[in-house]
Write a protein that binds this ligand. Structure first.
Ligand code: NAD
Ligand code: IPM
Ligand code: MN
Length: 357
């Protein structure tokens, strides 16, 4: 039996995690494996109920489970709270840090049925299969911050810290993953300006000799942003630091048709965390408009990386492919002639296929 901690969170978080757990349960039935889902509060929902966005009980449940599945946190209701109580800074970042999940895998794959759903031309995106490996527990997100009054206004300081070892451990994951894919690693930085990027580049360059089968190149982040829309299929694995990875992965998501398609796995040395890369989408929350596929595919990654259940992971990915082939679409990926369905209906269609042997 696998114990999965489920953190629905805010906005569309509960809507999409409900479908992800439904699909995971169906995969369990298919494989004869039992999952025990234990829900806990996080984010604005936790602040409202318990006065803190990351309650101790939530953290404890995450630590003792086999994996954590998270929806999303945040929303306008909590944007004015003191920063340490805000869902993002008070819950999500500390959760990632405390679980030590330094390597965030964000695969951007264009499903054949969705080649026309992107805002880019089908001939630019069809067949696209990129893996963004984003460093997740360092950089500007976690550096010291300071705000001071000075004559005429204020002065803020944000610090960006990386150690050699922090770069090495995430790079190692990226090299290993590239070795199992098309053997191409692009390390993205801003080495023409930032000292942290120069260290990043040195570390990755030095490691490359240990992975002779992986072709490595370095690219400046501004160029990479442009290349992602010019010719995204040149990329296999993109390795980058925390903030660059945040931005580039949302951009990569849109190549696949929607932010609602991109799952993620955040891996460290202990319990791993799985979440769609999108946020709480307050603009569509509560209306069954959210695409649950990113959350569902995060469940597939959970089976693959935390349970070693490749069969279940593949069953989920194949079911998503099949349901899209059948023409079902949520609003974000809707095209003329297709059948629009809501969040729960999309989840049900996928779960049904997964449950069939
Ligand atoms: P967002 O990702 O929530 O939404 C951006 C746009 O994409 C919106 O138009 C939204 O409707 C759409 N979208 C997102 N997910 C979708 C889905 N599954 N299906 C269909 N459409 C989808 O980003 P935002 O609006 O900038 O942020 C909203 C809140 O979410 C903020 O409070 C932010 O801090 C938070 N956030 C949380 C996470 C997280 O918990 N991991 C990630 C990103 C943003
Ligand atoms: C993401 C989100 C988070 C991040 C925010 C909500 C802290 O945008 O998971 O991509 O920047 O990491
Ligand atoms: Mn983001």
């Amino acid at each position: 039996m696998y114990k999965i901690t489920v953190l629905p969170g805010d906005g569309i978080g509960p809507e999409v995690t409900a479908q992800a757990t439904r699909v995971l349960a169906a995969s369990g039935r298919r494989m004869g494996v039992e999952f025990c889902f234990r829900e806990a509060l996080i984010g604005g929902a936790a602040y409202d109920a318990a006065g803190h966005p990351l309650p101790e009980e939530t953290l404890a449940l995450c630590r003792e489970g086999d994996a954590v599945l998270l929806g999303a946190v945040g929303g306008p209701k909590w944007d004015q709270l003191p920063v340490h109580l805000r869902p993002e800074v008070g819950a999500l970042l500390p959760l990632r840090k405390k679980l030590g999940v330094y390597a965030n895998l964000r695969p951007a794959r264009v499903f054949p049925a969705l080649a026309g759903a992107s805002t880019l031309k089908p001939e630019v995106v069809s067949g696209l299969d990129i893996l963004v490996v984003r460093e997740l527990t360092g950089g500007l997100y976690f550096g010291e911050k300071k705000r001071e009054d000075i004559p005429g206004g204020q002065r803020v300081t944000e610090t960006l810290v990386y150690t050699t070892e922090e770069i090495r451990r995430v790079a190692r994951r990226a090299f290993e993953l590239a070795g199992k894919r098309r053997k191409k690693l692009t390390s993205v930085d801003k080495a023409n300006v930032l000292e942290s990027s120069r260290l990043w580049r040195e570390v990755v360059t030095a490691m490359a000799v240990d992975y002779p089968d992986v072709a490595v190149n370095h690219m400046l982040v501004d160029n990479c942003a442009m290349q992602l829309v010019r010719n995204p299929r040149q990329f296999d694995v993109l390795l980058t630091e925390n903030l660059f990875g945040d931005i580039l992965s949302d951009q990569a998501a849109q190549l696949t048709g929607s932010l609602g398609m991109l799952p993620s796995a955040s891996l460290g040395d202990g319990t791993a965390l799985y979440e769609p890369i999108h946020g709480s989408a307050p603009d569509i929350a509560g209306r069954q408009l959210a695409n649950p596929v990113a959350a569902i595919l995060s469940g597939a990654m959970l089976l693959r990386y935390s349970c070693g259940l490749e069969e279940g992971a593949a069953a989920i990915e194949n079911a998503v492919t099949a349901v899209l082939e059948q023409g079902y679409r949520t609003a974000d990926i809707m095209e003329p002639g297709k059948r629009q369905v809501g969040t729960a209906e999309m989840g049900r269609l996928i779960a049904e296929l997964v449950g069939e042997k």
